[in-house]
Structure formats: C-alpha cells, structure tokens
Design a protein around this ligand. Structure first.
Ligand code: PHE
Length: 337
C-alpha cells in the first residue's frame, strides 16, 4: 500500500487528484483504513506489530500528501504571479495634455502687467442691462453713438454686453463715489458683426479705469507707454490721436510703432509705421457723476483694448476666427507661448 501510494503522490500534479489519493488510502473506506479496522481480528501478539507498521505507513502517506500539497500550492501561486506580472519597463500610453488658449495666455500676461502697477482685476456679467452697458456710460437711449456697437438684445432692457466698460460703471457704483478706483476688467464681449478675418461676433476685451483725485492725461500716457513696451518690446513708441467715445472727454486712440523685419531688411507697418492698438481717454464728468463721484474732486482715465488684436499682432495670426473655431492644430502651437 505504502509503495503504491507514495508513487501515485509523486506522479500527480493536480490538487484534485491528490485529494482523491488521500481518500483512496486514508478515507473512511480507504485501503489503509481497512487494514486498521481489521486489527480486531488479529491475535494479541500480532496486533502491536501490525499496528506499528500500519501507523508508520499512515504517517508516511500523510506526510507525503502534505508535502506535495505544499509544493502544488507554491507552484500555483508562482503561476498566478507570473500571469499577473506588470512589465514596468513597457512605455506608457501617451496622455493628451491640454494647454492654455493663446487668448488666455495674453489676457493673463496683460493682467500681470497691470496688477504690477496697482490695478485690481474685476469681472462682471456678460448678459448686461441696457443701463450699465450704455446709459451709465453717457449713451442715452436713441443716442446715435450706440451705432458704434451693434448689439445683440435679449429683451428691451437686456443685451449681451458690447464692451467690458459696464464692469467699470458697476465698480464705481460699488465704491460709492468716495474711494479711488484702479481696476482692469477682462472678459468676453459681443457685437452684431459679420464674421470675417478681422471681425468676430464674440471677442475679448480688457478695459482699465483709474479714478482718484488729480488723475491726469499724462498718467494715462505713462501707463500706456509702459504697457506697450512691456508687451511688445522696449524699442516701441506710442502715439495718441484724437478720437471720440461718448464716455471719455477728451478721447484718444493709441498707436504703437511697428516695423516688420525679414531676411531682406525691415519695412514699416501699413506704410505708416504705426498700428492702432487701443482706445482711451479721460472719464467724462457725466459718467463720474452718474456713478456718484463728484467730478469737481475726482478725475480719471479709462482705456480699452482687444487681446485678440494684440495676440494677432504679437504672433502673426492673420484670422481672428482661428481663436474661436477650436482647431487643435492651431491651438496647440501656442500652448507654451
Ligand atoms: N469701451 C470702448 C470700446 O469698446 C473702449 C474704450 C474704453 C474707449 C475706455 C475709451 C475708454 O470700444
């Protein structure tokens, strides 16, 4: 029995079969169990001798089964580990990383620049009231200058803001005519224009406002000069041309000097060497008064620019629609701008 059992144990490679072998020899109806059961029929002298042999056989079989059991369990574990192993040296699947939109980058750059000069950044609603978008800025109902900004009206009194100036009116109102205001307001604006390479019905603006006692036109000029030089380079000059906005008096438009250089040398932009970049002026006394400021005590300047335009100039983008059509081939070029 022992030889046969040990041989079968040695040959098997299956847990199940090992279990079957255990039953065959050591189970209730197993062959060795049979021998032990038959002990009663033996004589007194035979019993201890046969008993001892039978016990030894049982022990050796039990032992062999236990050891085999352990080996098989170990092998199974190794197999599983091998199957589940992760090859950490395999190259990973590339993750598609996003990046900031060029306009976001430009807006943040302009924000940083003005924050550095003591301006705070304010935001306001894109769906604006007629009052804040126009009336509070000295553009009464039916004023012809409203034609300068074709608008998307939602109701008689609500429209998509045509500029970020209403945020300035709101901030002045909040400061109750008693505190100085030094702020910029970036954001999306909307005009009922037909889209083409230089017009978009939605674009971006950053406007600025500085109201305090004794703010002068020379302060405006100084700050705009710093802005132009930091944004486009220290070799740039600015010039102010007279213009008109209902909310500023006097009003100006600012050009910066501009030349384009290539392998054959440099030429001036647009034949004049100047390119228009923003509108500005001294806040109209009526605008100050409507917001609760005493125009005899307070003065201020305001300016407004289009980051789309600035991004186009700075990076040579020739179609404003590229900013809004979300073609990744265009957008990803500027992820590290
Ligand atoms: N709000 C003007 C516009 O959108 C820009 C501007 C702002 C001009 C402040 C002057 C002063 O056209």
């Amino acid at each position: 029995i022992q030889t046969e059992a040990l041989e079968r144990i040695a040959e098997t490679n299956e847990m199940k079969e090992l279990q079957a072998i255990r039953v065959t020899y050591l189970g209730k109806k197993g062959s060795l169990t049979g021998v032990l059961r038959g002990m009663g029929k033996l004589s007194k002298e035979e019993r201890p001798v046969i008993g001892e042999i039978a016990n030894r056989v049982r022990e050796s079989i039990t032992d062999a089964i236990d050891r085999k059991n352990e080996t098989l369990a170990q092998q199974a574990l190794e197999k599983q580990l091998e199957k589940e192993a992760i090859d950490v040296t395999l190259p990973g699947r590339p993750v598609q990383l996003g990046g900031p939109h060029l306009l976001t980058t430009i807006v943040e750059e302009i924000e940083d620049l003005f924050i550095g000069m003591g301006f705070e950044v304010r935001e306001g609603p894109e769906v604006e009231t007629d009052y804040y978008n126009f009336e509070a800025l000295n553009l009464p109902k039916d004023h012809p200058a409203r034609d300068m900004q074709d608008s998307f009206y939602i109701t008689n009194e609500l429209l998509l803001r045509t500029h970020t100036s209403p945020v300035q009116a709101r901030t002045m109102r909040e400061y109750e005519g008693s505190k100085p205001v030094k702020m910029i307001c970036p954001g999306k604006v909307y005009r009922r224009d037909t889209d083409d390479a230089t017009h978009s019905h939605q674009f971006t603006q950053i406007e600025g406002l500085y109201v305090d006692k004794d703010v002068r036109m020379s302060d405006l000029k100084g700050i705009l000069d710093v802005f132009a030089k930091k944004m486009f380079g220290y070799d740039r000059e600015i010039r102010l041309r007279p213009s008109f906005f209902p909310f500023t008096e006097p009003s100006v438009e600012m050009d910066i000097s501009c030349k384009v250089c290539n392998g054959e040398g440099c030429s001036v932009c647009k034949g004049t060497g100047w390119i228009e970049i923003l509108g500005a002026g001294m806040v109209h006394p009526k605008v100050l008064e409507m917001a609760g400021y005493d125009a005899n005590v307070y003065t201020g300047f305001a300016f407004g620019m289009g980051p789309d335009r600035i991004a186009m100039l700075k990076y040579g983008v020739d179609d404003i629609r590229q900013f809004y059509t979300n073609d990744r081939r265009f957008l990803t070029q500027y992820h590290n701008a």
